[in-house]
Design a protein around this ligand. Structure first.
Ligand SMILES: [Zn+2]
Length: 414
């Protein structure tokens, strides 16, 4: 049941997003607020003040994740968590992650406005270093707090200047206690911009995210023979770049013909000697393969490895293929997916189920507690850039779905 009259305060949420956009603002537009920098510190302190102004109890854990807790009526009941991240890419937008955290705050402010007491406690979380733009890999705060990463691993990550995560966490004054991590959680809900073009293209208001795609990364090395571009006849060449071009076409054709939901991307390439008048003797390129079902992903990866190996053999060039990284697919909670779909319908918003092609804090939260995500439109599918844009209307719809989803989850005592 929806309490029809209750809606988030659109002006207040817009103001919070605007204020956030002023912290680390770039002169040409967009935000630079890398994890554990002075800009991040300023945003964190502002956010904590907002949490305190909303009468939330604030905690900071040993990874610098910030929590704001609103008590429920039932003592010791598990908490309903809402979260995302306030850090950005080097030239990031004003919505990625930020909308999720600030809409969570707006949910609390709205509950306070209407004097609504929930049975279960509600906690808002801002996760540290989601982007991975300063400290690799991404999702260090969520991965640390959920036990996916060891503390030593997270603490020892270095930025490009050699500063460690721990040094910088201490420097900005956000090295909190392990005991501050979430302990007793009922579920986790994250609102996020889609970062892809599908919702806008289909004119759908809300994406009900059923999971996150699994990813395989391959590194392919082709060894030919570097010779002079002039004296070497075409039929006597071992041109590694020519063969690489063939292989890239095979990768695309294989994925397109095998599975309409899979993606494969060759995004990085090194050519040696990379000279205008030399035949390329060695090429190394990356392949990123994604699908929501790990078995399908594995099948596609194997198929690509086989086809590339056969083609390189026919061309009589050496090929080495290594899997350099792998991330398994996540399936979100069926029950939460249903609640978000139902809530969107009740509010009169169109919705569709979809899989996230990008990683999110939800990925690791899903390992420890029932999790789901709400997506809203990204204009032109753009993100991680200053052109990133989501309309106020889309944000309001997403925040209202979040509000009523949280109400349903936190008001029930079971
Ligand atoms: Zn994000």
């Amino acid at each position: 049941m929806i309490r029809q009259k209750i809606q988030i305060n659109s002006d207040r949420l817009t103001k919070a997003i605007d204020e956030s956009a002023g912290i680390g603002e770039l002169s040409e537009g967009g935000i630079r607020r890398l994890a554990l920098t002075d800009e991040d510190k300023k945003m964190r302190n502002t956010f904590i003040q907002w949490l305190k102004d909303s009468k939330l109890e604030v905690r900071v854990d040993d990874f610098g994740n910030i929590y704001g807790r609103r008590e429920g009526l039932l003592p010791d009941a598990p908490a309903v968590l809402i979260g995302s991240h306030l850090d950005t890419q080097p030239e990031g937008g004003r919505f990625d992650g930020i909308v999720g955290v600030l809409a969570g705050l707006e949910v609390i402010r709205t509950l306070n406005d209407y004097n609504i007491q929930t049975e279960k406690p509600i906690e808002i979380v801002n996760f540290t270093n989601e982007e991975g733009a300063r400290f690799e890999p991404p999702l260090l705060g969520a991965g640390g707090a959920t036990g996916h990463f060891d503390k030593e691993f997270v603490y020892s990550r270095k930025d490009k200047d050699g500063k460690t995560f721990l040094e910088e966490l201490k420097r900005i004054g956000f090295h909190g206690e392990k005991s501050s991590r979430f302990q007793n959680s009922h579920c986790y809900i994250e609102l996020h911009i889609e970062q892809g073009p599908v919702l806008e293209h289909r004119a759908i208001d809300i994406g009900v995210v059923t999971g996150i795609q699994g990813i395989d990364w391959l590194e392919v090395k082709i060894t030919g023979q570097s010779d002079h571009a002039g004296p070497t006849p075409m039929n006597m060449r071992k041109d590694a770049l020519y063969v690489a071009a063939k292989l890239i076409q095979i990768i695309r054709d294989t994925i397109v013909s095998e599975n309409s939901e899979a993606t494969a991307t060759v995004g990085r390439m090194e050519v040696k000697p990379n000279s205008i008048n030399s035949i390329p003797g060695e090429v190394v390129f990356s392949v990123d393969i994604r699908h929501s079902d790990d078995r399908v992903k594995e099948h596609l990866t194997q198929l690509i490895i086989e086809k590339l190996s056969v083609t390189a053999a026919i061309e009589q060039l050496m090929i080495e293929i290594k899997k350099i990284w792998e991330s398994s697919a996540s399936d979100f909670s069926a029950e939460l997916i249903d609640i978000i779909s139902e809530t969107s319908n009740e509010l009169g918003y169109s919705s569709q189920k979809m899989v996230s092609g990008a990683g999110h804090d939800s990925k690791y939260m899903n390992e420890i507690t029932p999790t789901a995500m709400i997506f809203i439109q990204s204009e032109g599918g753009k993100s991680h850039c200053k052109e990133e844009f989501t309309s106020r209307n889309s944000i309001d719809m997403g925040a209202n779905v979040l509000l009523h989803t949280i109400c349903k989850l936190a008001c029930a005592s079971n």
